[in-house]
Design a protein around this ligand. Structure first.
Ligand SMILES: NC(=O)C1=CN([C@@H]2O[C@H](COP(=O)(O)OP(=O)(O)OC[C@H]3O[C@@H](n4cnc5c(N)ncnc54)[C@H](OP(=O)(O)O)[C@@H]3O)[C@@H](O)[C@H]2O)C=CC1
Ligand SMILES: COc1ccc(Oc2cccc3nc(N)nc(N)c23)cc1
Length: 207
């Protein structure tokens, strides 16, 4: 298998790209959660498996019965970790370099890694957006349709993608390119409405 692509995947409230509140998600978007599960789990070749990389605080905030995220290699980053394979689906690493090396080490993994997804949280996102190894951004652009309803947010992405000068070198792909990335088993609907929220799935590539 050629090198797996590395994608940041996040849902963020426009225009300020809010992503969290008091250590949790600021919303519960049922279809969006299914999209996240499907796109991070799905492989074209069933001898392969995908990996999700997350920060230690995100890992800590997943209830035990829901972790590790199933059918994906879970890599947790902490500066105080020794680099070790915890079990066949959980890897601890103290840097992104170590994490990526462990994922490329075929003889210590049962299956080849097809795709790698950075799944949060804020500290990890805001560091890795500047890492040239990140190939794609999968951003669910969330909007609040009820101007009388304030969404409590205390955590934001610092992504340069809406900056006028050059968008930090990122360009939003077409919907057909996103559909191709996701594959035909994942439906990419437009303007999905849940409660006061309306959201759209987007794919960004480097210019
Ligand atoms: N809207 C969305 O799609 C998502 C939102 N979120 C939100 O993000 C927030 C959590 O984000 P945040 O609090 O920033 O925590 P993170 O999940 O980003 O974890 C931060 C921890 O990761 C470790 N870490 C960070 N950078 C590195 C590095 N370069 N090398 C090694 N370890 C590193 C450190 O662990 P240590 O301290 O042990 O050294 C650090 O404390 C929550 O509110 C959550 O809900 C999370 C995911 C998705
Ligand atoms: C608390 O643990 C976690 C918190 C958030 C998380 O990531 C997500 C959870 C639910 C939906 C998500 N949707 C998108 N587009 N991106 C993510 N990273 C998501 C994964 C684990």
């Amino acid at each position: 298998i050629s090198k797996p692509t590395i994608s940041i995947i996040v849902a963020a409230l426009k225009p300020n790209l809010g992503i969290g509140y008091q250590g949790k998600l600021p919303w519960r978007l049922r279809k969006e959660i299914k999209y996240f599960k499907d796109i991070t789990t799905q492989v074209k070749n069933h001898d392969h498996i995908n990996a999700v990389i997350m920060g230690r605080r995100t890992w800590d905030s997943i209830p035990n019965k829901f972790k590790p995220l199933p059918n994906r290699i879970n890599v947790v980053l902490s500066r105080s970790f020794k680099n070790e394979i915890i079990d066949s689906n959980v890897i601890h690493a103290n840097s992104i370099d170590v994490a990526l090396n462990q994922l490329s080490n075929k003889d210590q993994l049962k299956k080849s890694i097809e795709r790698i997804f950075i799944i949060g949280g804020a500290e990890i996102y805001n560091e890795l957006i500047h890492d040239s190894r990140i190939d794609h951004l999968l951003i669910t652009e969330v909007e609040n349709s009820n101007k009388d309803h304030q969404v409590p947010i205390d955590t934001f992405l610092n992504f340069p993608i809406y900056d006028s000068n050059n968008n930090g070198g990122w360009i939003k792909s077409s919907k057909s390119e996103l559909q191709e990335f996701a594959g035909d088993d994942i439906s990419i609907e437009d303007d999905i409405k849940e409660g006061d929220f309306v959201y759209n799935y987007t794919l960004w590539k480097r210019k």
